[in-house]
Design a protein around this ligand. Sequence first.
Ligand SMILES: [Zn+2]
Length: 349
Amino acid sequence: MVFYRKYRPQKISELDSEPVRVSLANILSAKEPPHALLFTGPKGLGKTSAARIVAKIVNCSAKQNKPCNKCGQCVSITNGTNLDILEIDAASNRGIEEIRDLREKIKLAPSAARKKVYIIDEVHMLTPEAFNALLKTLEEPPSHAMFILCTTEVHKVPKTIASRCFHIVFKNATGQELERSLKRIISMEKINMDQEALAIIAKNADGSFRDGAKILEQAVLAVGRKKITGERILALLGSSKNGLEIFEALKEKNAGRALNWLNEAVAGGLNIKSWLEETLAVLHTVLLFKYDIKEGEVNDEVLQFTQEELKKLIMLFSKAHQELRLAVIAQLPVELAIIEYCMEEGVPA
Ligand SMILES: [Zn+2]
């Protein structure tokens, strides 16, 4: 995750999500910006980066509605050393005590900044008592205070809290937004890469800037100074020719071979989630083809499966996909799906 951290957006124009860029620019150009913001959306879309940018804008000595990234305030916020910008992880500070403590301290004027900014990450983790205490502060905030509440699970934030915040939704990144974000890293790192490779990474990043940066980083590590081509990225993602091996192994109900393929692919940087989604799409196309519905390219290897086998694979891999989010080891749900599929009909591995 070196690239993602190293190239965090530092100003609004570097935020790659267009709707977020536009709403933030609008609200921050107002005379008095809202005292509470709520940033919601999946992980890896830059909520924390955006929160830090807001903290800089309200405190930057240059007062230009954009961070100068040079003054003492901006620099200390970038470095995470600004005493008036408090980042709190609600996952580990979820109780009433922590929020009481916050309520006491927030009354004190900022030490050097214009505004004390509280960035509360994963805010949905707060206990109901802590939320109640926070609500009281949000109802009557000191004028020097600003809150930025971030969460991946907006439905767990009480309506009373959400209604007091200016809400900005971070949606999954589009292909264009992902390319924009990747291009910034590519040019700064002087990476030699073709457009096809860029497009493939964007497609496999699952709408997440963080995942995109991660794939790019893996590619650089795998390829070194050589040119990164689309083919190399596909090989890295495990969806090139050797991707067929998994279907052969499954057709043979050879669990050992299938697990071995998966293990090697993961070691080579395979993104399990993207791979599952791509595999399900391939199985789906072939299943429809079997019923004379011709949509997209049919994979010859997959055509060897019967309708019944395709149905079983789709069910098992869909289940694995659902279980991914909670999996302790990312590849485990797929491994279990492979084993379950191969065990059927008692064919030994
Ligand atoms: Zn500044």
